[in-house]
Design a protein around this ligand. Structure first.
Ligand code: KG4
Ligand code: ZN
Length: 331
């Protein structure tokens, strides 16, 4: 008797570029079957930021169980996987190497191809997952802990043109550093977002940096917050924390929104999208009502977006990827 036609081969994604150990299984047409993210945030909170060596060691402990969870939750096995995608960079090199080594080992054992995914392309590819997938062309604001970019995305498989970037801190970094000055827990973006809900965004007039073109700058803003905090006694800081958080958040969001709208105007309108951890920010989402923001669960680092990008990245056939290396930054 003829067997029913084989199920489409699934894609297994692995992401370990920073402090999230993540694995996901998706279908070739972009449906998420599982998306497991094991955050190490608690582990790093006591240091007020990610400690690279600690992150690498934790990835090593977590990567195998997280991959097993992703397969189990997708109700599948490696027998159904046809392609692996792994973040090769940019990120913390020791952390990246754990994911790359795990992906190589699985792909090699199964004689499968492996796609070396760029983390930033991964964030953009969070928009290509169902049920809310959008297709290029679109203008993309990518705001994360490591990057702030305005991208002209013309094609899923090609590197987008960079229209603007930050001259100093990334938007997420500005959130994290600001949270630290305010005595809020790491990771700071979500904390500022939460605390700001009870504050007055007009209480403090923090500056939006004026830099030429479509670039961003957040370091002056951080310094302004530092001076505002320094003027306060501890009990006053306690009372003004929500106002400071709300005003600071508004300044970051205004900078992001102004530049995004300016860029949209310059490239002649069209669709606008927002991705990356900072795209989870409630005020940013509300301030870009006509933009497509990535679903909340796909804003911060995850492996579904990496599996998604793997579909549009040329895969390295078995066993060529054994020589694959990770990279900390894009040249
Ligand atoms: O994309 P992501 O998970 O990692 C990187 O690739 O960097 O982004 C993490 C960043 C952190 O800086 C974090 O504070 C920020 O995203 N973030 C937020 C929110 N949730 C996460 N920033 C503002 N509001 C949020 N709700
Ligand atoms: Zn990221």
């Amino acid at each position: 008797m003829a067997r029913p036609s084989a199920a489409p081969r699934l894609i297994l994604g692995i992401e370990t570029s920073c402090d999230e150990t993540a694995a996901a299984v998706i279908t070739p047409d972009g449906r998420i079957l599982s998306n497991i993210v094991s955050s190490q945030a608690d582990l790093h909170a006591r240091y007020g930021g990610v400690v690279p060596e600690v992150a690498s060691r934790r990835h090593l402990e977590l990567v195998t169980p997280v991959v097993q969870n992703a397969l189990a939750e997708a109700d599948t096995t490696l027998d159904d996987v046809g392609l692996l995608g792994v973040t090769a960079g940019p990120g913390l090199i020791g952390a990246l190497l754990v994911g790359v080594a795990a992906a190589k080992a699985i792909a090699w054992a199964r004689r499968l191809p492996l796609a070396a995914v760029d983390h930033l392309q991964g964030h953009v590819a969070s928009l290509y997952l169902e049920p809310d997938a959008i297709a290029p062309p679109f203008l993309c604001l990518l705001a994360s802990g490591g990057h702030t970019l305005l991208l002209d995305v013309q094609d899923r498989g090609k590197r987008p043109r960079v229209l603007g970037t930050t001259l100093d801190d990334a938007a997420g970094e500005a959130f994290d550093k600001g949270a630290r000055l305010l005595g809020l827990a790491y990771p700071g973006g979500a904390e500022i977002d939460r605390v700001a809900r009870d504050g007055d965004p007009t209480a403090y007039d923090f500056p939006v940096a004026r830099v030429p073109g479509l670039d961003f700058s957040f370091s002056g803003l951080k310094t302004a917050l530092l001076y505002a905090v320094k003027k306060l006694q501890p009990d006053e800081l306690e009372r003004r924390r929500a106002d400071l958080a709300a005003s600071y958040q508004r300044a970051i969001v205004r900078a992001l929104v102004q530049r995004t709208e300016q860029a949209a105007g310059e490239i002649g309108g069209g669709k606008v999208a927002a991705v990356g951890g900072v795209a989870a920010n409630s005020e940013l989402r509300a301030s870009l009502p006509d933009a497509t923001a990535a679903p909340l669960a796909l804003c911060t680092d995850n492996a579904a977006m990496i599996a998604s990008a793997a579909r549009f990245t040329e895969a390295i056939p078995y066993p060529g990827y054994l020589a694959l290396d990770a990279y900390a930054s894009t040249a």
